[in-house]
Design a binder for this molecule. Structure first.
Ligand code: SIN
Length: 302
């Protein structure tokens, strides 16, 4: 990793500083509106290395954010979530000050829309209005988690598929009742297309690095393919506990102007809902998508 870090640093005038030992980094001294071919390549390389990047001090309009995002793949119109009226590729992740004791958007560990046939690759959040305290975003390193498994468990998981579906998120939201349901982000639940189960490899091949990531999450994964939810629960719960242990996580403590970007193929994230009484607004874009594969020889199916 040191070699990659120094070659990245040598190519550009901005600094890329690792934020934790195994994943995540902060980038300072770069205005993402001014990327050229060389700096874009350096950012892309850093993205593959660190999986989560924070670009400090970005002053962006929604159009600027879209232009930056589409460098990493076609903009994805997020399904089932109402976008900004004038920017259908941007969603407002918002909780108003008077929304207290409600669930918030993304407050359980997940990889974005992992139940889609081609889940989105990169998600990008820009801070617009932050609470004075709280409202952090947590990340779990699923490549680190995969590589920290014993050889025996890893071999057991190799080749298995897990089923993903939107319906358990819908059920969790329904459980909160009308009073407990967020108001400012409109999420459609009960859509038959979202509620269908789709199989993805448990060990997902990460195309840019050739490494593998655990690809399951408690928001959308229902069971192992060919097993019942009850049979699957013990092992899935073990894997979530393993993957979210503190040494494999990193916490984004937001600063005004932060632009945060992550690789959904390789990390889980969670919005910490601990700022009741304050408004929090972030703009979110999503770029690129691909069919998850378990081995490089499945490349052709993507
Ligand atoms: C999300 O995109 O899941 C929301 C993250 C956040 O609000 O911090």
């Amino acid at each position: 990793m040191d070699a990659i870090r120094s070659s990245v640093a040598a190519m550009a005038t901005f600094t890329i500083k690792p934020a934790a030992a195994t994943f995540s980094a902060t980038i300072e001294g770069l205005d993402v509106r001014d990327l050229d071919g060389e700096s874009e390549a350096a950012v892309m390389q850093a993205m593959d290395t660190y999986r989560v990047l924070v670009f400090r001090n970005q002053d962006l309009t929604p159009d600027d954010q879209k232009r930056f995002s589409e460098r990493f793949g076609p903009l994805v119109r997020v399904p089932y979530v109402k976008p900004l009226d004038d920017h259908p590729e941007v969603i407002a992740v918002l909780k108003e000050a008077d929304e207290v004791n409600v669930s918030t958007f993304g407050s359980w560990w997940h990889s974005d829309f992992s139940y889609l046939e081609e889940p989105p690759t990169y998600s990008i959040l820009h801070a617009r209005e932050l609470p004075p305290v709280g409202g952090d975003t947590l990340f779990a390193d699923m490549i680190g988690a995969c590589e920290a498994l014993s050889p025996g468990l890893r071999a057991t998981l190799d080749g298995l598929k897990v089923m993903h579906s939107g319906h358990i998120y819908g059920a969790k939201l329904a459980d909160t009742g009308e009073q407990g349901r967020m108001r400012s982000v409109e999420v459609a639940t009960g859509d038959p297309d979202a509620d269908v189960e789709r199989a993805h490899p448990m060990l997902r091949y990460h195309r840019p690095t050739g490494r593998h990531a655990l690809f399951a999450n408690p928001t959308y994964t229902t069971r192992f393919a060919g097993m019942t939810p009850d049979e699957s629960k013990g092992l899935l719960d073990y894997l979530y506990t393993h993957a979210t242990q503190p040494r494999l996580t990193w916490r984004q403590v937001w600063q005004p102007g932060d632009l945060l970007m992550w690789d959904n193929r390789a990390v889980l994230h969670l919005a910490v809902n601990d700022y009741d009484g304050y408004r929090r607004l972030l703009h979110r874009t999503t770029a690129g998508s691909e069919i998850p594969i378990g081995t490089p020889d499945q490349q052709g199916t993507a």
